[in-house]
Design a protein around this ligand. Structure first.
Ligand SMILES: [Zn+2]
Length: 239
């Protein structure tokens, strides 16, 4: 399910054209950024919540942004996947907010600590920052499947918390991940679901009950397809 930006909100400014450095094999990419809305949600005088018109990308971590190394707990093992930094930079420049939502059952299983996970996240954030990408938030579920918690993907707890804290409407968001649980999350909150073929993505593609809204080779390909679908992307020869 996909909801376009509501008419009349003035959230999109199609007059500005952006340009991002080429990323093989795509060449230069030109796009029209959204006008930046208020970054936080605010409350009106009658107490109702006024959401930002800024749209968000909800990102899986392992197998989507960084190489999936099965219960990674050592920051030295963090490796960005090809296209990850460039794709996130493109989405950011187009005006999207970026939040990571990651299942970390290794904590609940006792394989590593919350501090270990934060160290891995910090290393990932540093590598992304070096490419000019800042994440708006990282949300994690520390539970095992047996805990039956409301936050483990495909359940919507992390996405709903991110929406409340960062101020966006979940059904206007885009979920990107390499597993069926990520697409399940997209379905649960009415967001656009994007499967990347990195990590387990290529293997999961043939096993999905319902096809994802978008299937992409990596995060950069996903970014281009999202902007294309939004009419914000033009395949061109920008310099
Ligand atoms: Zn949980």
């Amino acid at each position: 399910m996909y909801f376009p930006q509501r008419a009349g909100q003035g959230c999109r400014n199609s007059s500005k054209i952006g340009l991002i450095k080429p990323f093989a094999p795509y060449g230069a990419v030109t796009f029209r950024p959204m006008a930046e809305g208020p970054k936080k949600s605010a409350r009106t005088s009658d107490g109702s919540r006024l959401f930002s018109c800024r749209r968000f990308i909800l990102l899986d971590r392992d197998g989507t942004i960084i190489v999936d190394k099965e219960y990674l707990s050592n920051p030295d093992g963090v490796e960005l996947l090809p296209g990850a930094a460039a794709g996130l930079a493109l989405l950011r420049q187009a005006g999207f907010g970026l939040a990571v939502v990651t299942n970390q059952s290794g904590i609940g299983r006792g394989y590593y600590s919350v501090q270990d996970m934060h160290a891995v996240n910090e290393r990932m954030s540093a590598l992304l920052a070096a490419a000019g990408v800042v994440l708006d938030g990282i949300y994690y579920c520390p539970h095992t499947p047996q805990d039956n918690c409301p936050c483990r993907k495909p359940r919507p707890g992390m996405a709903l918390r991110a929406a409340a804290e960062l101020g966006f409407t979940p059904d206007q968001a885009v979920v990107i991940g390499d597993k069926a649980a990520d697409l399940g999350l997209a379905h649960a909150v009415g967001a656009l679901g994007v499967l990347v073929r990195t990590g387990y993505g290529a293997a999961q593609e043939s096993m999905l009950h319902t096809p994802p809204d978008i299937v992409a080779d990596n995060l950069f390909d996903a970014a281009v397809r999202i902007l294309e679908r939004d009419g914000m992307f033009e395949r061109g020869n920008g310099q």
